[in-house]
Design a protein around this ligand. Sequence first.
Ligand SMILES: Cc1cc2nc3c(=O)[nH]c(=O)nc-3n(C[C@H](O)[C@H](O)[C@H](O)COP(=O)(O)O)c2cc1C
Length: 215
Amino acid sequence: MAKQKFKPGNMLYPLPVVMVSVADKAGNKNIVTVAWAGTICSSPPMVSISVRPERYSHHMIMETGEFVINLTTKELAFATDYCGVKSGRDIDKFKEMKLTPVAGDVVSAPLILESPVNIECKVTEVKSLGTHDMFMAEVVAVHADEKYMDEKNRFDLTKAEPIVYSHGAYLTTGKEIGTFGYSVRKNKPKPNKSKSRAGKNVPAKTKKKPKKRES
Ligand SMILES: Cc1cc2nc3c(=O)[nH]c(=O)nc-3n(C[C@H](O)[C@H](O)[C@H](O)COP(=O)(O)O)c2cc1C
């Protein structure tokens, strides 16, 4: 198998791309698009975002120690890109993109109403890594849009058409091809699901049921 060798760089793609909403102590608010974001702990629930110190948003997060991660969708792709190329130093991104700031429960940074999921975060540690400062933060509240709840009262984000970021492109996510633990699950996949789910690598009989845990 022949492989190209690239110089070491950021190749971990696709990535979630999120709109991070922030506010300073005076109440000025802003939105910054972030792709260097991730889940870093299950309990306590923790996330990280890496932001360059020169971003206008950077000092706002430093000032309050708070931010909100707003998940993005196909419908929000344009605004996601715009908030990643324009600075809050020059314009009001909420106004320009017709996004609605709403008060959160815990943090002073606003939620973006149009986003299907808003994750309120409180910074626990800031680590200067080089080009970026990594803000490690605890999740202190989560808001999910009711319109994406299904008949069984489960949240179904696929209905919101979430997007990912990969090598400079925004992509919608594809069809479900399995669910957590499907590789060892005893029950056969439902007949109306896609064929790939019932692929030939699925063992016919498996005794152990996987724990319902993602990480
Ligand atoms: C798809 C995308 C992903 C981005 N990811 C990051 C990131 O992870 N960290 C960062 O510091 N800037 C990132 N940026 C750049 C900032 O969003 C951009 O510089 C923005 O204009 C800064 O806004 P501000 O000056 O209002 O804070 C990204 C931009 C785009 C379009």
